[in-house]
Write a protein that binds this ligand. Sequence first.
Ligand code: AGP
Length: 608
Amino acid sequence: MCGIISYVGDKDINSVLMAGLWRLEYRGYDSSGVASVMDGELEVRKVEGRLMNLQEILSDKPLGGKVGIGHTRWATHGEPSDQNAHPQVDCNENIAIVHNGIIENYYTLKEELIKKKHIFKSNTDTEVIAHLIEENYDGDLKESVLKSASRLEGSFAIAVIAASEPDEIVAYRYGSPLIVGLGKNENIVASDIPAVLDHTRRIVILSDGEMVVLRKDKVEFYNNKGERIEKEEREIKWSPTSLDKGKYPHYMLKEIYEQPEVIERNIALRMEDEGLNFGESFHFSPHELAHLSHIVIQACGTSWHAGYIGKYLFESLARIHTEVDISSEFRYRNPVMDGEPLIMAISQSGETADTLAGLREAKAKFLNVLSLVNVRGSTIDRESDSTIYLNAGPEIGVASTKAYTSQIFQLYLFDLYLSKLKWTMDAPEIEKRVKEVNEIPEKMRKILGSADNIRKIAEKYKDSKDFMFIGRGINYPSALEGALKLKEISYIHATGYPAGEMKHGPIALIDENTPVVAIAPHSSVYEKMLNNIEELKSRGARIIIIASLGDKRVKELSNDVFYIPPSEESLSPILIALPLQLFAYYIAVLNGRDVDRPRNLAKSVTVE
Ligand code: AGP
């Protein structure tokens, strides 16, 4: 999704804006641009393609001035082009604006403004905002932004500067995130925390319908009526170094290797002698949870796969009926919500538009919402009744890895908690599972230690054009996740399927050109999995099996094996995720893909 950076202060405006845009690059984009005010004039530089193109332009023609805005654009309305890149400006080139979101009534507004003789240069929805502010501008930028915002429908995080007011930035948030960074004689507004962290750890998170006016020595917050409001200041605990790749060639590989440490951190935070602790934002009482009629989980992409694993967990241990929905379906199907359901939203970014909309649907039906998010202060976090944080640290790679295994981990612990409340597991059983949990980080490290074996296997299959991933039970969603990981970073077609379903059609796809990754650790469905693998092998498939260490039987059934340490079946998806992630990573790298920023993808999908 688009990224916004805006700065007022004494540092070199070119380096501040470019550094901010590089920090936002992982969000996904296809063009970029910057603008500033110098000697009463607006200066704009913008270009299609990667940030390097903008860097080259600025090296040749740097911006001047002390106030500026920058943007990475992920095209929604209007193809990627120099002209459609942001900032967008008004007729007099007095107003410059950057925008994240979609203006749903832009067409009506554009017609109205054209009738008033405004000249449009782009075919973006965003340019409408620049001309609307121009139309409402009478010397007070704040007032004109406020008036214009009241006309807009859809989602818009905007930052605006004006040549006529060279010391000021006005930013307004509705539907897409905006973070204010409070510095010493400098202030910043950006789409998310990494772009602010190079300058300050003191942040304020804008809520929908709020506006901020920034000068280098003054920050004022307003509501959508133009009344001054007070906002809570937060301190970011991350260090800027946690945003760097360190010794790794890609963020994704770094984040794959961080997973044991993330689980260890959560064991320390969640598992206290006196019981399980879900943190300061978890407010449900044992009484409320003990009387749950059922759980409905809604999420997107990898988070939906984690939620699907949650279904198997909650129904097998806590014995609670659980539904799982893809958020873009959940939000429009007007689900039947009888009884006392708990709605769960799972989201790494906490800003995914469809998941946020699903959450709001649930709140509109006065239902309790529990969310699992990684980014504290994100919109989903703030609009939930309770939140369990993933504590995974910033996840920069577009392909989710450490957030995914932390999501499964949180779901597993929450399941143990519910099992205790509902007496579906006795104390010795819970004790045994807690011991199992403590062994997970070391088992993960053992798998990561075999990464070279996984790379060698990836080399054998890197030129395949189609893959099938199969699993059963709690590892059917693992197969879905393995397929998504591969396709989203290598651009190779891959499908995840329930192993038992293959003979109902997809087996027609199987021949020696379609490698099959079969997830078959020792488990309650192990024998069934071996039968399914036999079916595929007898039709010429090349089989890669993820199996339990020491399992000899799988050798004659497979062409290649990824071994993982044996574990409790309910915890196996956390371990199985690692070879799937590494397999996808190595195939993508061997195919020369931009692993951290795959084409067409964004890290946080803040539009429908
Ligand atoms: C996962 O690798 C993808 N990047 C994508 O499917 C992602 O999981 C999905 O967009 C949901 O994002 P969220 O967890 O931030 O809500």
